[in-house]
Design a protein around this ligand. Structure first.
Ligand SMILES: Nc1nc2c(ncn2[C@@H]2O[C@H](COP(=O)(O)OP(=O)(O)OP(=O)(O)O)[C@@H](O)[C@H]2O)c(=O)[nH]1
Ligand SMILES: [Mg+2]
Length: 479
């Protein structure tokens, strides 16, 4: 038997960005030829992509830790580090991505639908890219940003138009086998089906999919039988089909009671209340079955059900059933908003470029939160004064110091940049703000007074004009 896994925990980690390189060009007779440290490479992403040839999550059950490769560090001679390789994980159609608390992060339906589960870290700029007219010879480079990591849960919800529900041995799998080309296991003992079967049915111009789930029994919602675990596979269907056994030999059972039991279990599971339902009375090839079907028909009609008498063995009534299902499916599809033609790519969170917040916490700590300031902190080599100065420049330009001032921060107050779990905390020196004057001179090196090559002058000019080099926008690996 092939193993079927429809729920796994997965730990994904994107690659770290490579560090930028701080290097000075050296040549004979030209000992200080200018900064030539290259940029670090971007870390690889971990992405989930719907691949219809994949049918179970088994592979992730066996190896639940997945990591993309890191970007390589930049090198001297303006050599950029190689980007990390993205890790692409194929998942079945209908995979739902949840966080550990059970919140849905993404619902992956349709071939090629992609979810970026962990974003690779940006590579750090090398000192060549950080050079400007004001900062001719940066003696530092930016660090690569660590890649994101995430613990996620993948759940498979079969994508079928029609779902068959009913007691064990009612004939659900038999019906799939005669309506479609699927060949599920069929036998006269309960719980023959242990995992959902899926078949494709063609009725006129309509092609639709039909799935069954393991048989339900009273108390399924309390974990009896195979429990309700598998009902998640019917959640997406457009129509529920009650398959009722008209020829059961169990004395305490009859189709109407069976129907009530299954409905009670569906109700216990929840969320399926509004799904259209039809009733299939199966096994009418057996004379007693046909008699019973005739007896209960008025009661079922009174309850408002559309009823089909069929036999998976004699194939009686199958054509009517498959066309009726096609009609309901076509109607449901027409009512659904048109699926977008483009492949959907879902990113975990929108990058909030603009903003940051400053809040005063109870213990007198000022906390700065924001995508940019937090990333900039991670890019900073705190053992290098120049790098720390550069960070101060950036924070200044963004207006962080100003906001701190407005929020009432004074010299010596504690400032944390980042979340409670992951922050850099320092004593605030407002001189950082006052020092804006001084910043222009940071990184100057009087040994560089010699005429500079045209290419370098051009680069400096460009860097000056285009704040991007400093704001790091020109180097957006996710753009
Ligand atoms: N006479 C007769 N027997 C049928 C018919 N449909 C199914 N059966 C028999 O009923 C038994 C159970 O059929 P399955 O299709 O395995 O039933 P199921 O609902 O899938 O059962 P589980 O997978 O255990 O939930 C088998 O022995 C089938 O041959 C029918 O229309 N007429
Ligand atoms: Mg079955």
């Amino acid at each position: 038997m092939t193993t079927f896994v429809d729920r796994v925990e997965l730990h994904v980690a994107a690659g770290n960005g490579g560090h930028g390189c701080a290097s000075v060009h050296r040549e004979k007779f030209k000992p200080l030829g200018g900064p030539d440290g290259g940029n670090g490479g971007r870390g690889g992403d971990v992405t989930l992509v719907v691949d219809q040839s994949v049918t179970t999550l088994l592979e992730y059950h066996h190896s639940p830790h997945r990591k993309a490769t890191n970007g390589k560090p930049g090198e001297g001679g303006n050599r950029s580090g190689k980007d990390g390789t993205d890790l692409v994980l194929p998942v079945p159609d209908g995979t739902v991505v949840l966080d550990k608390r059970g919140n849905v992060l993404a619902d992956l339906v349709g071939e090629g639908t992609t979810y970026v589960a962990a974003q690779g870290g940006r590579g750090g700029l090398g000192n060549a890219a950080l050079a400007s007219a004001r900062r001719k010879a940066p003696g530092f480079a930016l660090l690569g940003v660590p890649g994101e990591s995430q613990d996620i849960v993948l759940e498979l919800k079969t994508v079928a138009d029609v779902a068959l529900v009913g007691y064990p041995s009612a004939g659900k799998s038999s019906l799939i086998s005669v309506l479609s080309a699927a060949k599920p296991k069929i036998a006269d003992y309960p719980f023959t089906t242990l995992v959902p079967n899926l078949g494709v049915v063609t009725a006129g111009a309509t092609v639709y999919t039909i799935a069954d789930v393991p048989g339900l029994i009273p108390g399924a919602s309390q974990g009896k039988g195979l429990g309700l675990e598998f009902l998640r596979h019917v959640e997406r269907c457009s129509v529920l089909v009650h398959v009722l056994d008209t020829a059961t030999l169990e004395s305490e059972r009859d189709p109407l009671t069976d129907l009530d039991v299954i409905e009670a279990e569906l109700k216990e599971y929840g969320g399926l209340e509004n799904r259209p339902r039809i009733v299939v009375l199966n096994k009418v090839d057996i004379p007693d079955g046909k008699d019973l079907a005739d007896i209960i028909r008025p009661e079922l009609e009174a309850r408002g059900y559309q009823i089909f008498e069929v036999s998976a063995v004699s194939r009686h009534g199958l054509k009517e059933l498959s066309y009726a299902l096609a009609g309901i499916v076509a109607e449901a599809r027409a009512a659904k908003p048109k699926e977008e033609a483009t492949r959907i790519v879902i990113r975990p969170k929108a990058v909030d470029d603009a903003g940051f917040t400053v809040t005063l916490e109870e213990d007198g700590l000022y906390r700065v939160r924001g995508e940019k300031p937090e990333r900039w902190v991670r890019q900073t080599d705190f053992s290098n004064d120049e790098a720390v100065g550069y960070l101060a420049d950036r924070l200044n330009r963004l207006g962080v110091e100003e906001e701190l001032m407005k929020a009432g921060a004074r010299a010596g107050d504690g400032v944390a940049i980042g979340s409670e779990e992951d922050a850099v905390v320092f004593d605030w020196e407002p001189s950082m703000a006052a020092g804006a004057e001084m910043l222009g001179r940071r990184g100057e090196d009087h040994r560089f007074e010699a005429p500079r090559p045209a290419a370098q002058r051009r680069r400096e000019r460009d860097a000056e004009r285009d704040e991007a080099a400093q704001e790091y926008e020109g180097f957006n690996p996710f753009g």
